[in-house]
Design a protein around this ligand. Structure first.
Ligand code: SF4
Length: 244
């Protein structure tokens, strides 16, 4: 497995001209210095489901209890199911990535603050893009962020730290998980976790103490679920390179 941290990313953020208007959204201030340490898996769900470039824009529309992705100019166009289906088809591939950077405010890729319209086109609230929503549901441990948050140094470091930990976990699993390796993995985060959340550190240490010859699979699943839940909530501000 490569030492570089593999990240999923909305293609337009890498400079691919795939937006509805034929443009991209590359921001050199955020991404120019990342290339040596990170490997990107670029994904444009709207192009992948067959919408061309350029294309008519789409938007989130509240219909009863559900939010649909419909054409702005032609409300008969509804690509909600196609975006979900594409998300399902990508899960195996994206199961190996250690983080995902979404384009903010997109009806497909936006993590939050995406405008939701009523049927007449007026904004009535905010939500999450359908593709982003799908990925977050099926890959709940995956560290995620949008490019707006990456402009803030503390949030950028927070995301990179989380992705670094998840990458480390992928490496341990790829090399063959064992009780010894799980203990070593746990020990490598002692300082980080004990300082940021001692209660969580004790809880995770308790799980490690429960390890026997027969329960490695069950304990390791619970362990990474709890660890990623904890770090996704609590860690900020330290260089990810210390972990790689
Ligand atoms: S925001 Fe997502 S769907 Fe829109 S152009 Fe970028 S990658 Fe494609």
């Amino acid at each position: 497995m490569s030492n570089r941290v593999k990240l999923g990313i909305s293609s337009c953020l890498l400079g691919w001209a795939v937006r509805y208007d034929g443009e991209h959204k590359y921001d050199g201030r955020i991404f120019a210095s990342w290339s040596d340490d990170f490997e990107f898996v670029a994904v444009c769900p709207e192009v992948a489901i067959g919408l061309g470039v350029p294309r008519s824009p789409i938007q989130l529309v509240q219909l009863g209890e559900s939010v649909r992705v419909r054409g702005v100019e032609d409300s008969h166009v509804d690509v909600t199911e196609r975006l979900h289906a594409y998300g399902r088809s990508l899960v195996a591939e994206l199961g190996e990535v250690s983080g995902y950077i979404f384009k903010a405010r997109s009806p497909s890729c936006g993590l939050s603050d995406v405008a939701i319209h009523d049927e007449r086109g007026s904004v009535m609230g905010e939500g999450r893009g359908v593709f982003a929503e799908h990925l977050c549901k099926v890959l709940p441990l995956l560290p995620v962020v949008d490019e707006g948050a990456l402009e803030d140094e503390a949030q950028r470091e927070n995301f990179l730290r989380r992705a670094g930990i998840y990458h480390h976990w992928h490496r341990v699993v790829a090399e063959g998980l064992s009780a010894t390796r799980l203990r070593q993995f746990h020990d490598s985060y002692q300082t980080l976790l004990a300082e940021s959340d001692e209660t969580e550190w004790r809880r995770l240490s308790g799980l490690i103490d429960e390890l026997t010859a027969d329960n490695l699979k069950a304990i390791s699943s619970r362990y990474i679920e709890e660890l990623m839940g904890a770090v996704n909530d609590t860690i900020a501000g330290t260089s990810p390179h210390e972990l790689l």
